[in-house]
Design a protein around this ligand. Structure first.
Ligand SMILES: [Zn+2]
Ligand SMILES: [Zn+2]
Length: 451
């Protein structure tokens, strides 16, 4: 979701020391050439043949990545997707998959690849005599955030039509499309969602806090769509580039304890587990695939965001690093993945094993003991697992309703999202979506039973 900002021009931003890069095990350096002149293809060397298949490029075409032809580049990206899906048991034949489509290249490619996988499964289902395995279902969700970016309604209608067209073109395999305005999560039965959401967002004064809270509401909207329509997994298009930005900004925000939870392929802390099959791809690679294959993305007006928000500053910083060395995003993600994941960063149910190729089963089972098995308590405002000290504080408080809410909140959200002044805090809490207040009530009950 994070967008790449402009390059940082501060004088103290020096070129990073290359020795610190440690680009261990980075097989490909991204060197996209969008120039139709083959003589300008990046990477040098023999320009005549594709480095993977050895074919000579057709006249007028160009190499796209490290000397690969378009077809090999496509298989290379699909291969990364497929490996992530199979090694992490992301999609089983009985699943009903909801793909979160935001209009950007990440979610567009995720949608395309999930569709291609479904298409192949349908073909082999048709061909198989026994037809014993069902084929997973696919739906698409679009959360309409136009409330935060003032889009005129004819423009909005055009966007919706465009999305419908994209989804209906993905055949075979019917895909339901769910479009939900983000304000719906705040609605209390009547259609007062817009007023409630605006009041809620206006109470958050910090620019970073507002952006993060909006992201959380967006995830709540997706979860609501998934739960209401019986989906079993939620696919999001996060890739190495977006995760790298999250790693650095989470570090700045002091979210070190919960960071390992956000950089894995599987995130089952949500009621409908979230999976990241494009975790190993880069935004540039995904954008290039969209260009090559004519996969349409949406030019949506961006959320109004402050250039001083941590998210924006970090995005500019990483774009600058990436300009200097194209492997930086991957290096950041590889560094973060050394952190120990949580118990919810994997599927523990054995029923998933039967759908994993046998050669991978052993690996998958070994990872079952990789994370902590303790039940986690999550922050109400960002779903971060709470650290021991935060849990300790939680037990000390919980006198009034306001205490209960502030206690079920991580230190980062407490600083960045919760209003400081008691009156505005009460005002803010009174407009929270029901799904959040219900969660706090449930966890309070659980805590009191545990005592
Ligand atoms: Zn090739
Ligand atoms: Zn939080």
């Amino acid at each position: 979701m994070a967008s790449c900002g402009s390059a940082c021009d501060q004088s103290h931003c020096r070129r990073p020391d290359d020795s610190g890069g440690a680009e261990e095990d980075v097989p490909e350096r991204f060197s996209a050439s969008r120039d139709s002149d083959t003589s300008k293809t990046a990477g040098g060397g023999d320009l005549a043949r594709c480095s993977k298949c050895g074919e000579e490029p057709k006249a007028g075409t160009h190499r796209v990545l490290n000397g690969m032809c378009a077809s090999c580049f496509r298989s290379y990206l699909y291969g990364k997707f497929k490996l992530a899906v199979s090694t992490n048991a992301m999609i089983s034949p009985t699943d009903k998959i909801l793909v979160a489509f935001s209009g950007g290249p990440g979610s567009r490619v995720a949608l395309q690849f999930v569709h291609e996988m479904q298409k192949k499964s349908l073909e082999s289902w048709d061909a198989s005599k026994s037809q014993s395995f069902p084929v997973f279902g696919v739906g698409v969700a679009f959360v309409d955030e136009s409330i935060s970016s003032v889009i005129p309604s004819p423009e909005l209608d055009r966007i919706f039509k465009h999305i419908k067209l994209i989804v209906s073109s993905l055949v075979p395999g019917h895909k339901d499309l769910h479009i939900a305005p983000i304000e719906d999560v705040c609605s209390m039965g009547s259609d007062d969602g817009t007023t409630r959401l605006n009041k809620l967002l206006n109470s958050v004064s910090d620019a970073t806090g507002k952006e993060d809270f909006l992201d959380h509401l967006c995830m709540l909207s997706l979860q609501k769509i998934a739960l209401d329509n019986g989906y079993t997994k939620l696919v999001i298009g996060s890739c190495s580039s977006t995760i790298a930005r999250h790693v650095i900004s989470a570090t700045v925000k002091g979210q070190g304890y919960s960071l390992p939870a956000d950089v894995q392929y599987v995130d089952a802390r949500w009621e409908v587990p979230v999976v990241l099959p494009l975790r190993d791809c880069l935004t540039d690679e995904l954008s290039l695939l969209c260009q090559l294959d004519g996969l349409e993305t949406l030019q949506l007006s961006k959320r109004p965001s402050s250039s001083n928000s941590i998210n924006n500053l970090v995005s500019s910083f990483i774009s600058r690093l990436q300009d200097d060395n194209p492997a930086r995003e991957r290096t950041i993600v590889r560094t973060a993945e050394k952190l120990k994941p949580f118990g919810f960063n994997k599927f523990v149910e054995n029923k998933y094993h039967e759908f994993i190729p046998s050669r991978l089963r052993c690996k998958f089972q070994n990872t079952n003991n990789g994370g902590s098995d303790l039940a986690e308590v999550f922050c109400t405002f960002c779903m971060s697992p709470l650290s021991e000290s935060e849990l300790h504080d939680m037990h000390g408080k919980s006198q009034t309703l306001v205490d209960t809410f502030t206690a079920a909140c991580c230190q980062s959200c407490s600083f960045q999202i919760l209003p400081k002044e008691s009156e505005s805090l009460q005002h803010f809490l009174s407009f929270l979506p029901q799904s959040m207040t219900r969660k706090v009530a449930d966890s309070t009950l659980e805590q009191s039973l545990l005592r």
